[in-house]
Design a protein around this ligand. Structure first.
Ligand code: 6GU
Length: 250
């Protein structure tokens, strides 16, 4: 898998690429990340990459030509690239997008910036993605987020190959509670079941905790999750009990 990040600030990714997730994956030959500065594709002595908006207004707009030339160059080397413009106007990036994108061989992530990019750049890419409903000063942080979420799904990038299968969102639920030593911390105890050695009972407890915690923290996810009828009934009962308890103390 290869990522090509297009940005005006390639140095932003120095520390990202030095982290263990990316560093080790690159070392193992599972991942390649290259960075392209739009500025290298600008023409003229001053290598201008942005300009004032037609029609007036504040801020600068990234010019279409340097971006188009950068894309032409990447496509000439690899015609099958999948190109993504990072913008708050894009489709919200979800775990299922990470899964979908992890099947691609080569992703090109184009970082915009908040003042804007020439509208015609949208015609040059395969899709537009956003990482949430807030405004970032540029797409670089979003590129990092997407590279992290996608590359950790590539077999071999994470140490334990199955470790992302039972985690938050891949099953549509939040993760169950985790504990490590000490057994008691400031009076807070590790649930006894986790010390029992009964793997079946532990798996059952974890599934139920995941259900309960998702229902409490992210009820919007429960309606979309795949639950058995038995699980739905159990959850309904739990939530009723919780509501009764709250009723009693009020
Ligand atoms: Cl992809 N870019 C910018 N500039 N802001 C964002 C974003 C992307 N996603 C959420 N906010």
């Amino acid at each position: 898998m290869r990522f090509t990040v297009m940005t005006l600030f390639p140095e932003v990714f120095d520390s990202v690429l030095a982290t263990s997730l990316f560093g080790k994956a690159v070392e193992k030959g599972l991942l390649d990340v290259d960075r392209i500065n739009y500025r290298s594709f600008a023409t003229g002595r001053h290598q201008v990459v942005d300009d004032t908006p037609y029609g007036g207004g504040s801020g600068m707009v990234i010019k279409v030509e340097p971006v188009a030339r950068a894309l032409d160059e990447v496509r000439s080397r690899d015609p099958l690239v999948h190109t993504i413009l990072l913008t708050p106007q894009g489709k919200p990036f979800l775990q299922r997008d990470a899964e979908r994108l992890s099947e691609k061989n080569h992703l090109v992530l184009l970082c915009g910036r908040y003042e804007g990019v020439d509208e015609r750049i949208r015609e040059l890419v395969d899709e537009e993605l956003s990482i949430g409903d807030y405004v970032l000063s540029g797409g670089e942080a979003a590129a990092w987020v997407i590279m992290d979420a996608v590359s950790r799904l590539i077999p071999g990038v994470l140490g334990r190959s199955s470790s992302h299968e039972d985690e938050s969102f891949s099953l549509g639920l939040l993760e169950y509670p985790q504990y490590t030593r000490p057994q008691v911390f400031r009076g807070m105890e590790v649930p006894k079941i986790l010390l029992s050695g009964d793997h079946g009972a532990i798996a059952d407890w974890r599934r139920k905790q995941a259900l309960l915690r998702t229902a409490n923290k992210r009820p919007d996810l429960v309606s979309k999750a795949e639950l058995t009828n038995e699980e739905r009934n159990w959850l309904k009962e739990q939530l009723c009990n919780q509501a009764d308890k709250i009723g009693q103390t009020a």
